[in-house]
Structures are given as structure tokens and as C-alpha cells.
Design a binder for this molecule. Structure first.
Ligand code: SAH
Length: 214
């Protein structure tokens, strides 16, 4: 297995797209090196699994660019005891990366076909610490709140209030905020022990919109 073309492509991805651009947290880099990204990409797109770009996963959605996954994962400073909420399961790849680093990942996907497929891939890879739910991520997941980390992988125009509410004191929320199909700001929002929020704009990004259910 270790000398498969996918493994080589993944090594190159980590070296040229992740490490070279400054992602330095060793556990995060190791997770990116470990998770077989090609298994989260549809068959027809598999040759492009390790390119430096988002890749279509069907239903008008994409798996995020590897560097963006690494950057967001590093910025939320995952700890092994953390409980994480992800909004926008998509392919399941970001959840699989987080699953290597934290105690549990709760992930919500609006599009049932995508969510079920992600769940299956995650199960095949024995990611037992990921729970997928089909639903609307705007509301968060109150049954499992509060979360140490919330990671939103589709862009709302404003940060959904329930997500701020479901963040633990000391918690980190990362979310691309801005207009649909335009440039958004990747924001890192931290809640301190007193419950006060600080927001830092990290970089300009382009994500698919966080949609309202029909
Ligand atoms: N994290 C994903 C990338 C997801 S793309 C990965 O690693 O592959 C964003 C996803 O958010 C899409 O699958 C889209 O269907 C989903 N989405 C959009 N609006 C949503 C909402 N309100 N609630 C939950 N998921 C939503």
C-alpha cells in the first residue's frame, strides 16, 4: 500500500501545499499525511484528489482545497479531548482529518445523498468517533453542545447565532463569512472564559454558500 501512486501524491501534497505554506502543527500535518483523501473524492475525479484546488463531489458541492482544510484545522488548535461540531460534511474529508486529532466529531450535512455517502466512507475507514446527521447546520446541534471547536465549511452571510451560543468558553469557531459566490472572509472567533468573543479575519476565501433548507 505504502508505495501506491495515491500515497506518493499525498506525500507531495503535504510537502508542497501544506508544509511549504507554513502549516506547522505536527499533529495536523500527520493527519493530512494519514487520511486517504482520494477515497473521499468520487471515482471520476479521483485523479484530481491531491491537486491544489477544490474538487467537485456532486450536487454542486466541493471538497475543500487541501491547504484550506489544513489551515482551518490548525487555526482551531485541536486537542485530543475536544468535541467538535462540523457544519457541512460534504465528502467527509474534513471530518476524517479532525477525527485523527480530537475525541469526537459531530458533523451535519443538508444534502442527504452526500451525508450518507460520507458516512459510509467514514465507516469503511473505521472513523468510529464521527457522527453524521442530515439536517440544517444553521441551528447547530444542541443535543451535543457545547463544543470546544466549531468548523463551518460553507459560507453564511452572517455567523449563525446558535453556533456562537453552542461554543464553549475557551472554544474556537472558524467560519467563512460573506456574500454567496463571492469572496468571503475566513474568521476565527474565540470565546473567552467570561463568554466574550474576539474575531480575527484570517484570509480571503471562496466557499460554497451555507444554504437554507427548501
Ligand atoms: N467539509 C467538506 C466540504 C463541504 S462543502 C469536505 O471536507 O468535503 C460544504 C457542504 O456544506 C456541502 O456539502 C453542502 O451541501 C453543505 N451545506 C450547505 N448548507 C448547509 C446547511 N445549512 N447545513 C448543513 N450543511 C450544509
Amino acid at each position: 500500500m505504502s508505495d501506491s501512486p495515491y500515497d506518493n501524491a499525498r506525500e507531495t501534497m503535504v510537502r508542497e501545499q501544506i508544509a511549504a505554506r507554513g502549516v506547522a502543527n505536527p499533529a495536523v500535518v500527520a493527519a493530512l499525511r494519514f487520511v486517504p483523501r482520494h477515497l473521499f473524492v468520487p471515482q471520476a475525479e479521483r485523479d484530481r484528489a491531491y491537486v491544489d484546488a477544490p474538487v467537485p463531489i456532486g450536487h454542486g458541492q466541493t471538497i475543500s482545497q487541501p491547504y484550506i482544510v489544513a489551515l482551518m484545522t490548525e487555526l482551531v488548535r485541536p486537542q485530543s479531548s475536544d468535541r467538535v461540531l462540523e457544519v457541512g460534511t460534504g465528502s467527509g474529508y474534513q471530518a476524517a482529518v479532525l477525527a485523527q486529532l480530537v475525541s469526537h466529531v459531530y458533523t451535519i450535512e443538508l444534502e442527504e445523498t452526500l451525508g450518507r455517502r460520507a458516512e459510509e466512507v467514514l465507516r469503511e475507514l473505521r472513523n468510529d468517533n464521527v457522527t453524521v446527521r442530515i439536517g440544517d447546520g444553521y441551528a447547530g446541534w444542541s443535543e451535543h453542545a457545547p463544543f470546544d471547536i466549531i468548523i463551518v465549511t460553507a459560507a453564511p452571510e452572517q455567523v449563525p447565532q446558535p453556533l456562537l451560543h453552542q461554543l464553549k468558553p475557551g472554544g474556537r469557531l472558524i467560519v467563512p463569512v460573506g456574500p454567496r459566490f463571492s469572496v468571503q472572509q475566513l474568521q476565527l472567533i474565540e470565546k473567552d472564559a467570561a463568554g466574550d468573543l474576539t474575531t480575527r479575519n484570517v484570509s480571503a476565501v471562496m466557499f460554497v454558500p451555507l444554504r437554507r433548507p427548501q
